[in-house]
Design a protein around this ligand. Structure first.
Ligand code: SAM
Length: 427
C-alpha cells in the first residue's frame, strides 16, 4: 500500500473503500457528524438536512467500509449521543448499534463518558446533559484488548500490603464510567474548541493503549479536528483519516507540526511510568509468594498437622501450566517428624486446591525434607531473609543458612526475597 495512505484524506467517508483496499486497521475511533444539527457546509456531508433513516443508512455505508478494512483482531469505538427531536429524545446510540450489528460488528461494551463540565440548563423532562456514550464493537471474538495497560495501580496501595492476593498485581480494571474533561481552550487555538468539540486526549490515549501498539494503524473516518489521529501520531501509531473540509485537514497538519515533538516526548515519559507498574507487579507477586507460605502453615495447623519447622520460598521464571495462574513458586518444607510426611503431602493437596490458597494465582512446587541436612543442602549459600508466621510484608532477620540457630520460634519462613514494607506508610 502506498506510503501516502497514512494521512488525512479529503474524501467522503462513504468512499474509504477506494482508499484502503485490504484489512490494515487495528482500531477506529470516531464521533460521527450529528444528525441534522450542524451544517458543515458540504454537499456530501452526512447528517444535515437528511431524514433520520437516510442518516442511519449513510452511517451503515461508512461502517461497512470500516469493517472491511479492519483486521480480524480490530475494534471500533464510536462516541455518540442521544438528541431531541420534536419534543422527544431519540436513542441514536441504540438505533446505531442495532443497525451496524447487521454488518457484523459485535457490541462488546457500552461506556459512559462523564464530561464533568456541562451547560447549566436542561430541557423540560431532562437532566443536564453531562455524558455521552462510547460504544465499543469488535470485528470478531478474537479482538485485541490490552487491559493491563490501563489498570489503575496507584489506587491499590492501601490494601495490597495485607491482602496482596486479592488484587490484580497490575492494578484495578477501570470502571465502565469514564471521567474525562472536555478540552478547554489551549494549544489548539482560540475558537477551535468551540467549533469542533474535540475528544479529550486522555480518553483517546486510553483507547489507543487498550487496542493498539506502536506501528498499528488507527482510523477516523470523520476526522474533524484530527484529535484522534494526532494522538495516534504522538503515540507512534500510523493513522488514516477522511474529512470533507480541507481547512480542518490543514489545521490538523499545522497542529501536528507545531506540537508533535513535545507531545511525543510527553508520551515517551508516560511510557516510562509503565516501568513503575512492572515494579509494582513484581512487589505484589513477592508479597503473594511469601504470604502463601504463611497461609499454608496456618492451614496445616488448622488441620492439626503442626509438623513443619521451616519453609524456604523461591520464585521461579517458569510459566504456570494453567493460564489463569501468574507465577510458579517453589516451597521447600522442612518436616519435623518424618513419619508424618505422607500425611502432610496428602493434606497439602487438599489445602492448596481450596480458597484461600487457590486464589493466590500461584502454582506451587512443593519439596519436602525430613531432616535439617537434607533441607540445608538445597538452600542457597548467600543471604536469607526470615519472616514470621504472623507477617510476611517485612522481614525480621537477615542471616545465612549456617546461622539458622539464631531464628526465634515464630520465624519460620526463609527466602532470598526481600520485602520490607511498613503498613502505616500505605494508609
Ligand atoms: C462530530 S465531527 C468530528 C469531530 C472529531 N471527532 C474531533 O475530535 O474533532 C464530524 C466531522 O465529520 C465531517 N463529515 C461530515 N460528513 C462527512 C463525510 N461524508 N465524509 C467525511 N467527513 C464528513 C465533518 O466535516 C466533521 O468535521
Amino acid at each position: 500500500m502506498p506510503k501516502e495512505l497514512y494521512k488525512i484524506h479529503q474524501i467522503d467517508a462513504r468512499e474509504i473503500n477506494k482508499l484502503i483496499k485490504k484489512p490494515v486497521v487495528s482500531v477506529t475511533i470516531t464521533s460521527p457528524p450529528y444528525f441534522d444539527l450542524k451544517d458543515y457546509g458540504y454537499a456530501e456531508q452526512i447528517g444535515f438536512g437528511q431524514s433520520y433513516d437516510a442518516y442511519l443508512n449513510d452511517l451503515v455505508k461508512v461502517f461497512t467500509n470500516v469493517f472491511n478494512c479492519t483486521l480480524d483482531t480490530g475494534t471500533l469505538w464510536v462516541i455518540i449521543d442521544m438528541f431531541r427531536k420534536e419534543g422527544e429524545t431519540v436513542p441514536l446510540p441504540f438505533d446505531f448499534a442495532n443497525k451496524i450489528k447487521a454488518i457484523g460488528w459485535k457490541l462488546q461494551e457500552v461506556i459512559i463518558w462523564g464530561k464533568d463540565k456541562t451547560v447549566p440548563w436542561a430541557h423540560k423532562g431532562q437532566m443536564r446533559n453531562s455524558f455521552e456514550y462510547v460504544l465499543m464493537f469488535s470485528k470478531s471474538e478474537n479482538y485485541t484488548f490490552h487491559i493491563d495497560t490501563v489498570r489503575d495501580y496507584e489506587a491499590l496501595k492501601k490494601w495490597w500490603v495485607k491482602y496482596p492476593e486479592r488484587y490484580n498485581p497490575r492494578g484495578k480494571t477501570p470502571e465502565a464510567i469514564w471521567h474525562f474533561d472536555i478540552p478547554v481552550q489551549g494549544s489548539w487555538g482560540k475558537g477551535y474548541i468551540r467549533h469542533f468539540c474535540p475528544l479529550p486526549e486522555e480518553m483517546i490515549a486510553q483507547i489507543l493503549k487498550l487496542t493498539t501498539v506502536e506501528g498499528d494503524v488507527v482510523l477516523d473516518p470523520f476526522s474533524g479536528s484530527g484529535a484522534v489521529l494526532s494522538k495516534a501520531a504522538n503515540m507512534k501509531r500510523r493513522y488514516i483519516g477522511s474529512e470533507l473540509n480541507p481547512e480542518y485537514i490543514q489545521m490538523f497538519e499545522n497542529y501536528l507540526l507545531q506540537t508533535g515533538e513535545e507531545k511525543r516526548l510527553e508520551y515517551e515519559q508516560g511510557e516510562r511510568t509503565l516501568l513503575h507498574q512492572n515494579v509494582f507487579e513484581e512487589l505484589i507477586l513477592k508479597l503473594r509468594a511469601l504470604k502463601y507460605a504463611r497461609t499454608f502453615f496456618q492451614k496445616l495447623k488448622d488441620a492439626k498437622l503442626d509438623e513443619i519447622a521451616l519453609v524456604f520460598v523461591e520464585m521461579t521464571d517458569q510459566a504456570p501450566q494453567k493460564t489463569h495462574l501468574l507465577i510458579v513458586v517453589k516451597y521447600l518444607i522442612l518436616v519435623r517428624d518424618q513419619s508424618k510426611l505422607q500425611e502432610i503431602e496428602l493434606a497439602t493437596q487438599k489445602i492448596i486446591g481450596k480458597a484461600p490458597l487457590s486464589k493466590f494465582g500461584i502454582e506451587p512446587l512443593f519439596q519436602y525434607a525430613g531432616n535439617f541436612n537434607d533441607f540445608s543442602v538445597m538452600l542457597p549459600e548467600g543471604q536469607l531473609y526470615a519472616y514470621t508466621n504472623k507477617a510476611t510484608h517485612c522481614y525480621k532477620k537477615i542471616l545465612s543458612i549456617r546461622e539458622i540457630g539464631a531464628l526465634s520460634k515464630n520465624e519460620v519462613i526463609l527466602s532470598e526475597i526481600m520485602v520490607d514494607l511498613n503498613e502505616q506508610d500505605y494508609e
